[in-house]
Every structure is written in C-alpha cells, then in structure tokens.
Design a protein around this ligand. Structure first.
Ligand SMILES: Cc1cc2nc3c(=O)[nH]c(=O)nc-3n(C[C@H](O)[C@H](O)[C@H](O)COP(=O)(O)OP(=O)(O)OC[C@H]3O[C@@H](n4cnc5c(N)ncnc54)[C@H](O)[C@@H]3O)c2cc1C
Ligand code: FES
Length: 468
C-alpha cells in the first residue's frame, strides 16, 4: 500500500520497562513506550489541549498524561480519557523485528490530534436528549452522546449567543476573538447532528410532562435531560449593580512582583459618585479607583429550579448521585452547578468549579444517559497562569493547614501536599514543578494511597515510581 509508513524507530534494548522515548517517525516525532518485556506502544507526541510535549508527561498504568494540565490518553488507542482538551491523539501499530522496534501506520493517520468518530443522526430515532448550558460540561455531554453511539436528537441550549468556547482563556489571553477560542465551530455541530439553540434561556423544567420551558415562549419535550448551567460571579452585597466601572471575575490570579499591591481585609466599602466607584475604603485606607474588578466567588445558576420540588437542591446547588442523576428520573446534571459524591474522597458531596471537572462530568453523565456507566475515578485538576507563572492543583483540600511544603514559596517554585485527617495525601499544589501535579492525579486515579508517613520517611519516592 503506497500510503503505508513502516519504519524501525529504535533498538528494543534502548528502552527500559515503563520508559518512554521520543523517536522520529513518518517525517515527525512520536513517543514509544515499553510497557512490559514484550509490549510496546506508540502514540503522538503532542497534547491535544494546548500542545504540551507529552515526552515530559507521565506514563502510568497504560496511559500517558500531559505534564501541564493532566489530560490523559490511552496508550493502546490514543483516546482522551481525562480532560482538559477535546481531542484524542494518534496511536500506532508496533512490532519487533531483529531487535528493533518498528512502527506502522497509514500516512493519513500520522497527525497531531484526531477527533473521535461521531455516530450520525438517524431520523428514525425520535428520542430527544436535551442539554441546558453551553459550557464545557454541556458541550462534553453532547459530544460524548454522539461519540458513544446515540443517534437520536441532541439539542444544546445556551443563554450565550456563541457556540461553546474555551472560557479559561478569557482571563489569560485577553485579546482573544471568540472565533479563535471556540471548542468546535458551527459547521462541526451541524455535521455532528447537534442542534444549537443559542441566546435562549431555560426558565422552567417540568419533570412530570418532561418539558423544558424557554424564555422565547417555546417549550421542548425531552427523553433525558442534562443540566449544566454553571455559575455566575457573586455580586458584592453593598453595590447596587448599576456602577459603571465595576467588573466581575471568577478566577484566582497571581500578581506577585508585578507592581500589584495586596491588602488583606475582611470587608471593603466604596465611595460612589454618578454611578462610578471613585474610592475603595477599608480599615483606615482609601484607594482611588478608575476601575474595580471583583472576584469573590460564584453562585450556581439554578434560579430556574428554585421552585422545582422534583429536583433536589442544597445551598442552591443541584445534588447528584455517582451517575450524575438528580433526584428526578431522567434528569442529569454536572459541572459548576452540582454537588457530586467523589468516591476518591469518601464519597463526600463536593462542588468543584474546574474546567476539567466540568468536562468529565459531561462525559460521565452522557455515559449514564446511555446506560454505559463505569466507575468514576476522575481526580479534580485545576490550572491557572498569570505573568508567565503557572499554578497546578490536583485533588482536594480538607484542611489548608494540614500541608507539607517542599521548595520555595518566595521563588514561586514549590510542591505543597495536603493531607486529610487520616494522614492521607488528598491534594497537591505546584508551581514550576511539572509534572508533579499530573503524577499525583494519575496515582490517585489508579487507587494509589500516598500517606504522610510515606512522605516523612521516603520523601518523594512515590513520585519516582510514577515519573519515568
Ligand atoms: C474567566 C474565567 C477563567 C477561568 N479559568 C480557569 C482555569 O484556568 N482553569 C480551570 O480549571 N477553570 C477555570 N475557570 C473555571 C471554569 O471555566 C468553570 O469551572 C467551567 O467553565 C464550568 O463549566 P460548566 O459547563 O459547569 O459551566 P459554565 O462554563 O459556566 O457554562 C454554563 C453555561 O450555561 C449557560 N446558562 C446558564 N443558565 C442558563 C439557562 N437558564 N438556560 C440556558 N443556558 C444557561 C451559560 O450561559 C453558560 O453558557 C475559569 C472561569 C472563568 C469565568
Ligand atoms: S496542554 Fe496538555 S492538558 Fe493542557
């Protein structure tokens, strides 16, 4: 076959078990991994999210994870199994001949990333699955339904007037045009048979008649429903909302050493003239302000469910079970808007407002809607960046004081490990120490228990076992 590329890429004995190696193949570079004495894998070398070099990532239990934000790909198939990112990476056939490892692939499959195949819409299947919310949870649910064989009608309703986009870039790539940060373009949704209803808000859900009511006066009947309406920035209590130079954000940012002064105070007041904040005041200090940016957390978008006795809320969050099912039959929910039980952390009900978490909720809810549920072992992973400094966080925090820190906080280079009350490591925050957060997430996802005793007696030996 003219299209076939078949090349020796390295000597077998150049690779130790669990070792990965960047090798030339088909005019580019790929990664080969020796998983056991006679088992090898070959995959693409670039992360499908923001293009991190996977050679700096982590190979563990049949997967390769990205060093930057923890996306995880199956070494056999290249499929993305943990987010962020939307796409999978290529996986290639390998074989051994005369002491050399060979890789074989059609030329057309030698790509940086690949979209998982989608099931075409069948007009015979009248079942309708509706998704409310065009963020990562809603998007991922819609796409997973199509990837996993659903050929009925899929409708994605979003209050925003644009298709789902990468919200995390808003606070980092400030010049982004929306076309540059779309997760998929409108053409893709058309081809995927996913109907986008944009600029429309859901006002009510009636679970008895299985109807979703919209603010344009229409309603839609659903077979199954996924609610992923996310959260909105919390408003500052003493402001009316009419002030013109106030902007709300909901990210944690680091402005250390960039001429940004920090003041720690429990409460601030404002001097407001002609609907403009002129000064921010607290504890005897007055700061003149041209613009005021407020970042004081977020609240779940569940106002439209406030009077709904069938869908259980707690503190305004939707409560779901391990299948992301709400208290109402055929109604699922995920992302920022839910409290969900996390099996990794004693099934505690958690609200976790991370991009990766929203995506994996969307995927698992879709699998549950298709009766394909598998156990949920995802580890929450958060990243952020400012002024060229990135922070990663994997896991959770039970008690912020129960922490072991290695490195230098002042130099913004550290690993902080958080323990629960039983001395088990449940979270890690890192700066300038990739891929430690990724390795920690991979370890927890695979059931590895790392304890305070382990770390006190053997330091980072757990990490050496994972990072290869
Ligand atoms: C500026 C910014 C930067 C961020 N950076 C990071 C980061 O670096 N890393 C990270 O891990 N996380 C980050 N986050 C958090 C992350 O973006 C959220 O956790 C994630 O978007 C939550 O996804 P979601 O799908 O649950 O909800 P959302 O993304 O909030 O999407 C909800 C969608 O539902 C729509 N909606 C709401 N109510 C209705 C209704 N009644 N009817 C119809 N549609 C409705 C909304 O318009 C929206 O489109 C950031 C968030 C923001 C705002
Ligand atoms: S670049 Fe790989 S997860 Fe973000």
């Amino acid at each position: 076959m003219a299209d076939l590329v078949e090349e020796p890429v390295c000597k077998v004995d150049e690779l130790q078990i669990n070792e990965k190696k960047l090798v030339p193949f088909g005019g580019g570079k790929i990664i080969v991994v020796r998983e056991s004495e006679d088992q090898f894998a070959a995959v693409g070398s670039v992360c499908s999210h923001y293009g991190a070099p996977l050679i700096n990532g982590v190979v563990y239990k049949g997967h390769i994870s990205c060093p930057w934000h923890g996306a995880c790909f199956n070494l056999r198939t290249g499929d993305i199994e943990e987010f962020p990112g939307c796409d999978s990476i290529p996986a290639y056939e390998t074989y051994v001949k005369n002491g050399s490892l060979y890789v074989k692939s059609p030329q057309s499959s030698i790509v940086k990333k690949r979209v998982k195949p989608l099931t075409p819409r069948s007009i015979i299947n009248r079942t309708t699955y509706i998704i409310i919310g065009g963020g990562p949870a809603g998007f991922q649910c819609a796409e997973t339904l199509r990837q996993e064989g659903f050929d009925g009608r899929v409708v994605l309703i979003s209050a925003e007037s644009v298709p789902p986009y990468d919200r995390t870039k808003l606070s980092k790539a400030l010049t982004s045009k929306v076309e540059d940060i779309l997760l998929r373009n409108e053409e893709y949704f058309k081809k995927a048979g996913i109907e986008l209803l944009l600029g429309v808000q859901c006002t009510k859900v009636d679970v008895n008649s299985q109807l979703v009511y919209l603010d344009d006066g229409s309603n839609l009947n659903y077979g199954k429903l996924f609610i992923a309406t996310g959260s909105s920035p919390r408003k500052y209590g003493s402001l009316s909302g009419n002030e013109k130079n106030v902007f709300y954000m909901r990210t944690y940012k680091l402005y250390l050493s960039k001429k940004v002064d920090f003041y720690v105070t429990p409460k601030v007041d404002f001097v407001i003239e002609e609907q403009l904040i002129r000064k921010v005041t607290f504890e005897g200090t007055e700061l003149e302000a041209d613009v005021c940016i407020i970042g004081i957390g977020s609240d779940p978008n569940t106002q439209f469910l406030a009077d709904n006795a069938d869908i259980k809320l707690s503190n305004s969050f939707i409560v779901v079970n391990e299948k992301f099912q709400t208290s109402a039959e055929d109604v699922y929910a995920g992302g920022d808007v839910v409290l969900y039980p996390n099996a990794l952390f004693d099934n505690a009900l958690m609200n976790i407002a991370h991009w990766q978490t929203a995506q994996i909720h969307g995927r698992f809810a879709a699998l549950a809607m298709l009766d394909k549920t598998t156990s949920f072992t995802s580890v929450p992973f958060f990243w952020s960046a400012a002024f060229g400094k990135g922070i990663r966080f994997a896991g959770t925090i039970h008690d912020p004081k129960n922490v072991y820190i290695e490195g230098d906080l002042e130099q913004l280079s550290f690993v902080a490990i958080y323990y629960n009350s039983k001395g088990r490591a449940v979270g890690v925050a890192t700066m300038a120490n990739d891929p430690v957060a990724t390795a920690f997430a991979a370890a927890l996802r695979n059931g590895k228990v790392i304890t305070k005793d382990d770390i006190d007696s053997q330091g980072f030996a757990w990490l050496e076992e994972i990072v290869n």
